[in-house]
Design a protein around this ligand. Structure first.
Ligand code: ATP
Ligand code: MG
Length: 488
């Protein structure tokens, strides 16, 4: 039998524990009716749309949930579930009353314009909402700039362009000024597209809106080219980035192959998570070694990088290295005086690992005059970030935008959208900002990479012992979450 226990946190989030033989934990998202009593509902205008009459069960059952873990042991609890995204039969906004706004914050990522386009078109075409504003230049645009009117006509072709037509920025998150602006302008749906910092900011905005008792839905669309947001299957722009990274790797390979003892170094995005480097390496097959933040490495001595480069040069005549920007930061800190600089949003500025490792490799081979090498370093970061999204990301961005629109119209708030095991879900902000999605180097995906490149694992005997200790059997806990994202 079912006996749901509901726990409500002070910030408005609910966790329902549904027990029974296969108990699970529903990490619910807040709803406007949680803090505004007697809110009227309306029939979803999609009900009268001829396109939807052909779809059986077009509307999502309000109680549908999506399981975070699909592979479960026969007697183990069913783990964490999220509310399924999609259109609801009843909505909490009358389309004529909606004034929506869209803001983009943080760094560029392919697909931003597609998400903007599809939010605008989704609101117009699915719900008949006619008032959508773009906030100019990130969070500070709420109080420091004029808004941009967005219509299907304005956004018609923007998905073919890189960047974001409404601009972006770092810093400038002044919660009360932002919520004042939302209140003064009469905005009642806020769509916030951005990375971890942006979603933290969105969460604070939601809490202030809730504190003031405003009927304003806050929806986040997670943006990270690095794929470092947990819970969701992948982030938009990632596929495009991996594809575009191939071009840089290919150029490095051509350069390296054309000269004697040529070495190509490609620095790719990935501050804390090496997914782009890992997938680009697996896709390319031209890479001899891939270095990511999650996997420590060393240069000198047996099993080190220099020994491996020398071996491959002797065997093959050339060498291609892919390195993620956050890899080896511990080694850089040792050799360069770290200044602990920050950007406007308070993110730590990293040392340039591409330049550093290129210099180290050159110094090593020239000082020992073992070999004359010829090294070319390519950093395609800004070229990759600036391109429009590819076909698969475009489709994905469309689903994200539509899910966000359905959720806000249905009165959900304080949520982000994203696919969990292929089903779009509404995920509480805290779930996606509490930790980062990382490559698990003890997982099968990293093992696949190692066997594809044949690179050393850089695990010294002592690391292996440390690793074993971490593999203690997990405790049986409903709250427990498998960190591994190996099949993603
Ligand atoms: P990316 O790192 O992928 O470029 P991001 O969203 O993490 O994207 P940031 O520059 O870190 O980029 O943050 C974007 C916006 O969010 C900034 O305007 C910043 O002021 C705001 N922000 C960041 N962290 C917080 C926080 N803890 N509380 C409120 N606002 C925040
Ligand atoms: Mg960030």
């Amino acid at each position: 039998g079912y006996s749901p226990v509901v726990m409500e946190a002070s910030n408005g989030y609910k966790r329902k524990i549904v027990t029974g033989s296969a108990g699970y934990l529903l990490e619910d998202v807040p709803h406007l009716s949680d803090y505004i009593p007697d809110l009227p509902t309306y029939t979803n205008p999609l009900q009268d749309n001829p396109a939807y009459s052909v779809v059986k069960q077009y509307f999502v059952n309000v109680d549908d949930t999506v399981a975070q873990q699909i592979v479960v042991h026969k007697d183990s609890p069913r783990g964490i579930h999220f509310r399924r995204a999609g259109p609801r039969q009843r909505v909490y906004f009358e389309p004529d009353d909606v004034l929506a706004c869209i803001v983009t914050c943080g760094g560029l990522c392919p697909g931003l314009n597609t998400v903007i386009r599809e939010i605008v078109c989704g609101l117009y075409n699915m719900y008949g909402v006619k008032k959508v504003l773009g906030i100019d230049g990130g969070y500070r645009g709420f109080y420091a700039r004029n808004t941009i009117t967005l219509t299907p006509k304005v956004v018609n072709d923007i998905h073919k362009r890189g960047g974001t037509i409404i601009g972006t920025s770092r810093g400038g998150h002044d919660t009360s000024k932002i919520v004042d602006s939302i209140q003064d302008r009469g905005i009642n749906q806020v769509y916030i597209i951005g990375g971890d910092g942006t979603q933290r900011g969105a969460s604070v905005i939601f809490e202030e809106i809730r504190r003031r008792g405003l009927k304003v839905a806050v929806a986040g669309i997670p943006k990270t080219i690095d794929n470092d947001i947990p819970v969701i299957d992948r982030s938009f722009g990632f596929d495009t980035a991996v594809e575009e990274a191939q071009r840089a790797i290919n150029a490095a390979h051509v350069e390296a192959e054309s000269v004697e003892n040529g070495i190509g170094v490609v620095k790719l995005m990935g501050r804390d998570s090496g997914f782009i480097a890992m997938y680009a390496t697996l896709a390319s097959r031209d890479v001899d070694c891939c270095l990511i933040p999650e996997s420590p490495f060393y240069l000198e001595g047996p099993g080190g990088l220099f020994e491996y480069i020398e071996k491959r040069l002797r065997e093959n005549g050339h060498f291609v290295l892919v390195i993620a920007e956050g890899a080896g930061q511990d080694l850089l800190a040792e050799s360069i005086h770290s200044m602990d600089k920050q950007d406007a949003s308070g993110n730590k500025l990293l040392q340039d690992v591409g330049l550093w490792i290129s210099q180290k490799i050159k110094d090593h081979f020239s000082s020992q005059s073992k070999m004359t090498t010829n090294l070319k370093h390519i950093d395609p970061t800004y070229m990759i970030r600036a391109i429009p999204s590819n076909a698969s990301d475009n489709v994905y961005c469309t689903l994200l935008a539509q899910s966000a629109v359905h959720g806000a119209m249905a009165g959900y708030t304080g949520f982000t959208v994203g696919p969990v095991n292929g089903r779009h879900s509404y995920i509480p902000f805290y779930r996606i900002i509490e930790r980062q999605n990382k490559v698990v180097i003890t997982d099968r995906m990293w093992a696949r990479l190692l066997s594809s490149t044949n690179q050393p694992s850089f695990l010294r005997a002592k690391d292996v012992v440390e690793d074993k200790r971490e593999e203690e059997p997990p405790t049986q806990n409903l709250d427990e979450e498998k960190d591994s994202d190996e099949e993603k």
